[in-house]
Design a protein around this ligand. Structure first.
Ligand SMILES: Nc1ncnc2c1ncn2[C@@H]1O[C@H](COP(=O)(O)OP(=O)(O)OP(=O)(O)O)[C@@H](O)[C@H]1O
Length: 260
């Protein structure tokens, strides 16, 4: 793939959004306004892995600015693990993508295995390391919100993992406060199904350039996937029902008011 494949994406910024994308943009807006995630003047860092979810998030949030009466700043920040460097071709592709969607792009090269880990590396530690690097960057650059590419299926899968394997009714929150409100993590795609993101990736040829993960074949999320697929095939709205139950069973699960 090369940057000339971005014609379809360019058109989205010139013309009205196609019908197939409007529904997803509506779901994005629903999640954002339900939790009051984004306000006028917000400075938002987008955590970019190079995978489909975070690329779709960047595209959707940038498109949303086109017709919204409020404005917010977006900056895409990708941590490139020095142990798994991107190729020149990947770097040039991702830069063209962010150029076309009008979002400044920054790449931070860091180690995946800080000395403090010794030999004890796992997904949880890796995610914490990533969060620390991104928070440090935000504090230095004056950003107060970090948007991540988690979607409805991620939230629902995490809920089931936590309930069945950890005995806890807890999940990723759509909006999460840190340092007494100085920083927030937001998950604007909390009400968007993964299938909608796959459609975006395929129809628009998103330039997926995700670094290899040494744990990708062993991670718990992957092991539980067949169980989730089974559940979703029993009831086509199982995802939405689990999401709603979280709120109904434990109203204080979310620190922000919910208008359902
Ligand atoms: N290297 C990175 N640099 C910056 N942000 C990252 C990086 N890796 C992950 N993130 C952020 O954390 C989110 C969750 O990471 P995870 O590795 O679980 O990816 P994912 O759910 O498969 O999504 P994606 O398709 O975006 O990779 C990503 O969607 C992204 O917003």
């Amino acid at each position: 793939m090369n940057s000339s494949n971005f014609g379809e994406i360019e058109n989205l910024f010139k013309y009205n959004n196609p019908r197939w994308l409007k529904y997803t943009l509506r779901k994005l807006g629903q999640g954002i306004s339900r939790y009051n995630m984004i306000e006028d003047g917000d400075r938002i860092v987008l955590g970019i892995s190079g995978g489909k979810d975070s690329l779709a998030l960047a595209l959707l949030l940038s498109l949303r600015r086109k017709w919204l009466p409020i404005d917010y700043e977006l900056r895409a920040v990708q941590i490139e693990w020095q142990e798994f460097p991107m190729t020149d071709e990947q770097v040039s592709l991702i830069k063209s993508f962010f150029n076309i969607i009008d979002v400044p792009y920054v790449r931070l090269t860091e180690t995946m295995f800080p000395g403090s880990y010794k030999d004890d590396f796992n997904c949880y530690r890796c995610a914490r390391n990533r969060k620390r690097i991104l928070f440090d960057y935000m504090a230095k650059e004056g950003f107060s919100k970090l948007a991540l590419g988690h979607h409805l299926d991620d939230i629902v899968t995490t809920t089931i993992i936590n309930m069945t394997m950890r005995g806890k009714l807890f999940t990723m929150m759509p909006i999460q406060e840190f340092f007494k409100g100085k920083l927030h993590i937001i998950r604007p795609m909390c009400e968007i199904r993964e299938s909608a993101i796959i459609t975006i990736k395929e129809r628009l040829n998103l330039p997926v350039v995700k670094a290899a993960c040494p744990y990708k074949d062993t991670n718990l999320r992957l092991s539980i996937q067949p169980v989730m697929e089974n559940l979703f095939s029993l009831d086509p709205h199982a995802r939405e029902k689990i999401y709603r139950s979280l709120i109904e069973i434990k109203p204080d699960y979310l620190p922000y008011s919910l208008k359902t």
